[in-house]
Design a protein. Sequence first.
Length: 314
Amino acid sequence: MGNKRIVFMGTPEFAVESLRALVEGGYSVVGVVTMPDKPIGKHQSVLQASPVKQYALSQNLPVLQPKKLKDPDFIEQLRAWNAELQVVVAFRMLPEVVWNMPRLGTFNLHASLLPQYRGAAPINWAIINGERETGVTTFFLTHEIDAGTIIFREKIPIADTDNAEIIHDRLMHLGAYLVVQTVDAIFGNTVHPIPQSELTTEEKLKPAPKIFKETCRIDWNQPTETIYNFIRGLSPYPGAWTELVTSKGNIINLKIFETGKIIQPHDLPPKTIISDGKKQFDISAADGFIRLKNLQQAGKKRMDVEDFLRGVRV
């Protein structure tokens, strides 16, 4: 495999698993492209390398961190690596001058069953929408985002209790397996890419746009099932949140990570709290109740509901 030169592009922990699979599988990864180091801390004075950079340096792989992907210096350095294939996992949108560079093209690993859930947050949106399955897809990059021809897809079920973290980790490992399978098929010339239009069914295409803080606010007028899926689809990150009024009239901001659902008709207005002040903390939705189990008050640690009720009277 030594002469099959691969460049890997990615940033978060999700991408590390695929890079590790290639390195440990003995593939010739000639270089890694990742985001510039990110300022962190109170004064933004500490620079933190991306998980992909940290792993690449531990394996003595050369790393490029362009601010702009059309920067002529970056293009020149990338070209000098002389890759035959580029592998992209959780990176940025590439300009054509980059994705079109290698002889065998550039493929991307996406954490959904394309053509469904194109966009930045496919794992979250699949759970929020109450999907019963999701998966990973490899596809060749083209001009349109997440719309290239499909190489392989692998499915996994989503259980009713799975949250975004559980599905993220399962897809991270499944994705690494699929990346290796895709690399082998491309170098082995056994790939038969399928246009995404051939995989579209009657089902409406669901997008997976970037999630912002306001996206994560819970709407208690929704059905119980909808709210339950919304919370687990955003757990643990970025976290669904709501505002709560304490018995003293203070408003506190709560992130909610784990809940139960009770589908039960009632006449209470949405967002009514029913609590014994010790262990039980239910909030009414349109057709039932959400039972809070694990949460976090702004500025405090994440805790179980019993610990929370000890300190706050709701």
